[in-house]
Design a protein around this ligand. Structure first.
Ligand code: HAM
Length: 524
């Protein structure tokens, strides 16, 4: 990203700060990476984001331990050569000994998984020993196979051992906001807690227009702890109003930023209970099983892993089939149905136009009840500029108190693209004044003029060395300056400075104070 495009990025972000601020949101700044486990638990380990798209790494500096492990793992061996095996066993045990010591010292993670891995290494080495010794006598295939399997077990356990914590570049930020809410005891703050964030997210997706591996989100979350003994049916009206206000805010933002062709889709996916979403998913699964043969490979797999995601399919051949599937709206429990009806009424009250879309299920596991997505013009297939929804229970799932949540994230890259497609991208502010100074004696006046003009908010270019006037004016033109302030020794001596308007070539003389006054008037 380069200027002048970055000015558009700044405007898009600044407008979010203003609009979100006017709704009482404060900014939260989040880390770029977090423990992988956080995303796996919050977003869901079966989702595409977590299972395929995260950039994860083991956070450690144990290069020599890594190399030691690599050397052990590539070793191949036959049970017919006991000396080779003895040598291998000695090396593995020495390695395990180092790992145990590091673990006790707290230099590598002392986790149950790591402890289990070391036990497995030792056990498999014993098995290998036994099978190897037996093979020397019997030369039997079964001893050879069990020797091979035990060797595999040793290598696998060595690979499973984590030399450092496993971290991931954040693929989204809701999980981090919830973690921060818990860690900072935000349940004790005035409620609801309203936070927004901006910044890069990372997903290993196939890049195309509007889809990148590093992309930028502007997001907002509303969190509210639930006091003990709260009757959940009594808060439905309030919850729906919060949902509607969050949606109203993001729509107000898109209007302010000038996005065109904005379309809001909403849905309710109920809550996870047998009489609500879980019951529906069973029915959906049964219906999908009946048409399994007509579905593509992805959808066939999803019948098992996440049947709701079949509804997301864009595959042409599946569309007619999906249209005939059971719809979640017909299977919501009474409270979720009431909540959804109230969200729609609240949106209408606020004059927010929406379209109901029963297939809108979203690709993250934490949602319940309200889900929404906003699309905009000029983006081709990647036209979702915002996705969000309600996620009551997520904070609790991450170890916090019972808490309700609702939020969204805007794809900033896509907002920028859409604005550029609509011809709203070229807001580059050019230079105001180029100071064409000549002669060492004028430099002090030029520096003074530059400082005063900059203090007054003008964009000023002061060349570091003097230039011939012709070259200076050419340079001013190239930089898109509106004016050239000409400072020669005559001007400085007389106190009458020459200001040239570059668009029409006119010029006038001004005193130092008069010049500031003139430019200020031109600006306003
Ligand atoms: P999401 O739908 O995964 O939701 O992402 C939100 C938005 O980020 C998308 O609508 C899209 O505009 C943008 N986006 C996603 N992936 C990419 C990509 N690879 N390249 C460019 N833009 C992309 C979430 O992330 C949730 N955390 C939203 C949320 C907040 N729900 C509740 N609170």
């Amino acid at each position: 990203m380069l200027p002048p495009e970055t000015e558009l990025w700044n405007r898009v972000e600044q407008t979010a700060r203003e609009v979100f601020g006017s709704f009482g949101f404060g900014e939260i700044r989040l880390p770029i990476f977090e423990p992988t486990e956080l995303f796996a638990r919050a977003v869901g380990s079966e989702t595409d984001i977590v299972s395929k798209e995260m950039y994860s790494f083991e956070d450690h500096g144990w290069i020599e331990l890594e190399q030691y492990r690599a050397a052990l793992i590539v070793k191949s061996m036959s049970p017919g050569l006991p000396s080779e095996f003895t040598q291998f066993e000695r090396s593995v045990l020495a390695y395990v000994d180092i790992l145990s010591k590091r673990m006790s010292a707290g230099d590598v993670p002392k986790t149950p998984e790591n402890e289990k891995a070391l036990v497995q290494v030792r056990r498999c080495l014993d098995d290998m020993n036994r099978a190897g010794a037996s093979f020397v006598g019997t030369q039997s295939a079964s001893d050879e196979i069990s020797f091979e399997n035990s060797l595999k077990g040793v290598k696998q356990a060595l690979l499973f051992f984590r030399l450092g914590d496993v971290l991931s570049l954040r693929p989204e930020a809701t999980a981090s906001v919830c973690r921060a809410y818990i860690e900072h005891g935000m349940h004790a703050l005035a409620h609801p807690v309203k936070l927004y964030y901006t910044g890069p997210m990372f997903r290993r997706e196939r890049p195309q227009k509007g889809r990148y591996r590093q992309f930028y989100q502007i997001g907002a979350e509303v969190l509210e702890s639930v006091p003990p003994n709260t009757d959940a049916t009594k808060t439905i009206g309030k919850d729906a109003a919060v949902d509607a206000e969050v949606i109203e805010m993001v729509m107000a933002y898109f209007a302010r930023v000038g996005l065109e062709g904005v379309q809001l889709d909403i849905n309710s996916i109920g809550h996870s209970a047998p009489e609500c979403r879980r019951g529906y998913v069973e029915k959906l699964k049964a219906a999908l099983e009946k048409v399994k043969d007509k579905l593509g490979a992805d959808s066939q797999r999803r019948i098992e892993t996440n049947p709701l995601r079949v509804l997301d399919s864009k595959l042409e051949s599946e569309q007619a089939i999906i249209e005939k599937l059971p719809r979640i709206g017909d299977h919501l429990c009474a409270d979720c149905a009431k909540h959804y009806a109230e969200v729609k009424r609240q949106l209408e009250l606020r004059g927010v136009a929406y379209r109901e879309n029963w297939r809108l299920v979203r690709g993250l596991d934490y949602y319940m009840r309200t889900t929404f997505e906003i699309t905009a013009r000029g983006l081709g297939s990647q036209n979702a500029v915002c996705g969000g929804g309600r996620y009551d229970g997520l904070v609790e799932l991450l170890g916090g108190p019972p808490t309700q949540g609702i939020g969204f994230a805007i794809g900033e890259d896509r907002v920028i693209l859409s604005l550029q497609e609509a011809g709203k991208g070229n807001r580059a502010q050019g230079l105001d004044v180029y100071i064409a100074w000549m002669g060492e004696k004028t430099l002090a006046a030029a520096i003074r003029a530059a400082r005063k003009l900059r203090d007054a908010g003008f964009r000023v270019e002061l060349p570091p060395v003097e230039q011939k006037f012709g070259k200076a004016l050419g340079q001013a033109d190239k930089l898109g300056a509106r004016y050239a302030l000409i400072l020669g020794e005559d001007e400085v001596a007389s106190g009458q400075w020459t200001l040239k308007t570059l668009a029409d070539g006119t010029q006038g003389k001004h005193s130092e104070a008069g010049l500031m006054e003139f430019l200020r008037k031109q600006k306003s």
